[in-house]
Write a protein that binds this ligand. Structure first.
Ligand SMILES: [Fe+2]
Length: 268
């Protein structure tokens, strides 16, 4: 029998997040997909397989602009059965903020009519089975969690993918406030062997989230400059990558996958 595999895809664009999971049956699941420049590597890993599910963590350009472009182009290599996501209300949210961060959400809303029958909004507590993969949605953004207008990163969905042998936690770009809500799920729900480090490893969820996950291996979607970023405070509750690396050292993680070093294949 084939083994479950996951490709952690390296950046072609300056920074991004893109994963391909291949199931025992040879089907594939994509997480995010990065930007249009990252499509050639994504295409290579998908290689004409059936895409059973596409998960979009949040609507930032470094996560979903490849998806938007592929749908807009009607690229037949990327026909998919379902796309799972939970984005904030585009029109009200977008108009509150003129920042270009929102452009990819606007683009997603523009292509949505083309994929309406495949689009599924997920919520905390949902479980999705795809071949041998169990996907548990552990967090979705709700306005009531925040006193102030949240960063778009905090609208990331968080989910754990479990196979009969292993598990991966996808934190998207979740920030500190979102992390405060996520830990309420408790250790049992959060524990995972592999952990995609939130927000490329910097300015992300607090150390308590990682203490709950207790990963054996950390996965950093970080180009070299971000991997080496000093651990000083960059913004409110937002520390550079070296601070997160120090937390992981304290938790006892010794194995790290860093996308700066190339695409990595993992057996799950
Ligand atoms: Fe990102």
């Amino acid at each position: 029998m084939n083994k479950t595999k996951m490709f952690v895809i390296t950046e072609t664009s300056p920074f991004m997040m893109s994963y391909v999971i291949i199931t025992e049956a040879g089907n594939c699941v994509i997480v995010d997909g990065g930007r249009p420049e990252d499509v050639p590597l994504l295409r290579e890993k998908v290689k004409g397989r059936k895409i059973k599910a596409w998960f979009l963590t949040h609507p930032h350009f470094d996560h979903i602009s490849a998806f938007n472009q592929l749908v807009q182009d009607g690229d037949s290599d990327f026909d998919f059965e379902k796309v799972y996501y939970n984005f904030p209300d585009g029109n009200t949210f977008v108009s509150k903020d003129g920042c270009e961060d929102w452009e990819s959400l606007r683009n997603f809303n523009a292509i949505l009519p083309k994929i309406q029958d495949k689009a599924q909004v997920v919520h905390t507590g949902d479980e999705i089975q795809i071949d041998e993969l169990k996907v548990e949605i552990l967090y979705h953004y709700e306005e009531k969690y925040f006193f102030v207008k949240p960063n778009l990163n905090d609208t990331s969905i968080v989910f754990r993918v479990t196979t009969p042998r292993s598990s991966v936690m996808f934190l998207g770009d979740l920030g500190p406030e979102g992390g405060d809500i996520l830990v309420e799920q408790g250790e049992e729900k959060l524990r995972a062997e592999y952990c995609q480090m939130a927000h490329h490893g910097h300015g992300c969820v607090g150390p308590d989230v990682y203490m709950h996950i207790q990963p054996r291996v950390c996965i950093w979607n970080a180009p070299a400059w971000l991997w080496e970023e000093e651990g000083v405070l960059q913004d409110y509750r937002c520390y550079g990558t070296k601070r997160t690396r120090w937390w992981m050292e304290k938790i006892g993680v010794t194995e790290h996958i860093v996308t700066a070093n190339g695409t990595v294949e993992i057996e799950l």
